[in-house]
Ligand binder design. Structure first.
Ligand SMILES: Nc1ncnc2c1ncn2[C@@H]1O[C@H](COP(=O)(O)OP(=O)(O)OP(=O)(O)O)[C@@H](O)[C@H]1O
Length: 431
């Protein structure tokens, strides 16, 4: 059965299995010894259908891939694979030359209005520029008239007083209004707004968002709003997509995401709101660990090393065991480190994505096994232990085997799609 929502009109844009991977060349030394560069998976398999007229928020910590995804939607970044269907076109595969003509309909509002405007160009020239590029006006006078109307629309009034101004003569809020004017002057359908208010004074932030909402209604715009700030996402967005390491981990109506977040990462982000420090990008109470490196994302669910609810299928690997020891030594101090580190020395060098780890214990296999059991007894609730299937001796070595990890896909729960095994009725767990 299709719900009214599903049977609604065709999406404005459909993003399917989109990947943007960057090849890093690697250090000179690594290349000399034949090593390969790393690949940063900035966007790693995103599926989203953008509905006409909606405001979709892309929310996540720094490095989660929001900007890369937003830029890919406008053809400003070449995807590695996947599709971006816009009308009958696939923007992911279009040659740059053809993309240029589509870009009139797809515009971006940047974070820094000071950098977005050429300091030596007056507003009439700067805002009118796209009209001339896309040959939408016949004369300078016509362009000036269109700019005048657009300035009125964005609240830079009386427009005549702004036409000949230079950016330096404007306040931050006025500059962002000018940037918005330039973005809407060619009649776009989609605006990707990347942190459009984060560099503005607190006093003008709400006014800019209100202006964008008003323009959205009047001009039938669709917005992708990129932010790490959940408070503004709650105010501004119809739907929110929570991103983590290049993937959408939860997406749904803003109201439901805020009232009943399903992914442990979304829950952790929401606990950090309201926030007294708007500059802080990483929620203080996020579970252990930093956001991992996008060049070597964790196995299975990328969030599992930080997730307090992680369980058997979440993607345990050798690195998690090493991280457990690092936490243990921070907790127990120098003495434990001096005593235990030589025993698990090889383990601390393990970096691979391995579902098993073999540590040559140099004749001390029994001691190492005992240490692992001691660590488990000390912190039995550490989710890592759910992932450890077996610890066994093999000759002089100790082998730790992990349960096989499964990559979580998006599952529908109420009105929300969430990529988390906790919500998969086919996987047994005790939460
Ligand atoms: N041109 C590039 N070359 C290599 N890596 C890149 C490039 N652009 C982005 N990345 C990497 O891709 C990942 C995602 O970056 P992106 O800027 O999209 O994230 P973000 O969520 O927008 O972060 P922020 O909020 O800090 O802008 C990061 O690890 C980043 O370092």
């Amino acid at each position: 059965m299709t719900t009214p929502e599903q049977s609604a009109e065709r999406p404005l844009m459909e993003i399917r299995d989109l990947k943007v991977h960057y090849e890093l060349r690697g250090s000179a030394l690594a290349r000399l010894v034949g090593g390969e560069g790393e690949t940063v998976k900035a966007v790693d398999g995103v599926n989203v259908a953008l509905r006409k007229g909606e405001v979709l928020g892309l929310v996540g910590e720094s490095g989660s891939g929001k900007t890369t995804l937003g830029r890919a939607l406008l053809g400003l970044v070449r995807p590695t694979s996947g599709h971006i269907t816009y009308g009958d076109l696939d923007l992911a595969r279009m040659p740059q030359r053809q993309l240029r003509s589509v870009r009139r309909r797809l515009q971006m509002v940047f974070q820094d209005p000071h950098a977005a405007l050429n300091p030596s160009m007056d507003l009439a020239t700067a805002i009118g520029h796209p009209l001339r590029i896309h040959k939408l006006v016949k004369s300078k006078a016509e362009a000036r008239e269109r700019v005048r109307e657009t300035l009125e629309r964005v609240g830079l009034t009386p427009a005549d007083q702004f036409l000949d101004k230079l950016p330096a003569e404007l306040s931050g809020g006025q500059k962002q209004r000018a940037v918005i004017a330039r973005a809407i002057i060619c009649g776009p359908e989609l605006l990707v707004a990347d942190e459009p208010i984060s560099m503005l004074d607190m006093s003008v932030r709400a006014k800019i968002l209100e202006l964008m909402l008003e323009l959205g209604r009047d001009l039938d715009l669709t917005y992708v709003y990129i932010t790490h700030d959940l408070a503004t996402a709650k105010f501004f967005c119809d739907r929110v997509a929570i991103m983590y390491l290049g993937r959408v981990v939860e997406i749904g109506p803003t109201e439901e995401i805020f009232a009943d977040p399903k992914h442990p990462y979304t829950k952790a982000l929401l606990r950090a709101v309201p926030d007294l420090d708007p500059e802080r990008k990483v929620p203080r109470d996020l579970p252990r660990g930093e956001i991992p490196d996008a060049a070597a994302p964790p196995h299975g669910c990328s969030f599992h090393p930080r997730c307090p609810f992680a369980f058997e299928p979440c993607g345990w690997e050798a690195r998690d065991l090493r991280a457990m020891f690092e936490r243990r030594w921070i907790r127990l101090g120098e003495d434990a480190l001096a005593r235990e580190e030589p025993l698990v020395g090889e383990l601390t060098e393990v970096d691979a994505h391995e579902e098993m780890v073999r540590v040559r214990a140099g004749g001390r296999a029994a001691e190492l096994t005992a240490l692992l059991e001691e660590a488990r007894a000390d912190e039995p609730d550490d989710p890592l232990w759910k992932g450890v299937e077996r610890i066994e001796s093999d000759g002089g070595a100790v082998v730790v085997r992990f349960r096989p990890g499964i990559d979580p896909g998006l599952l529908r729960v109420n009105a929300v799609d969430v990529a988390c095994h906790l919500h998969d009725p086919n996987l047994s767990h005790d939460h």
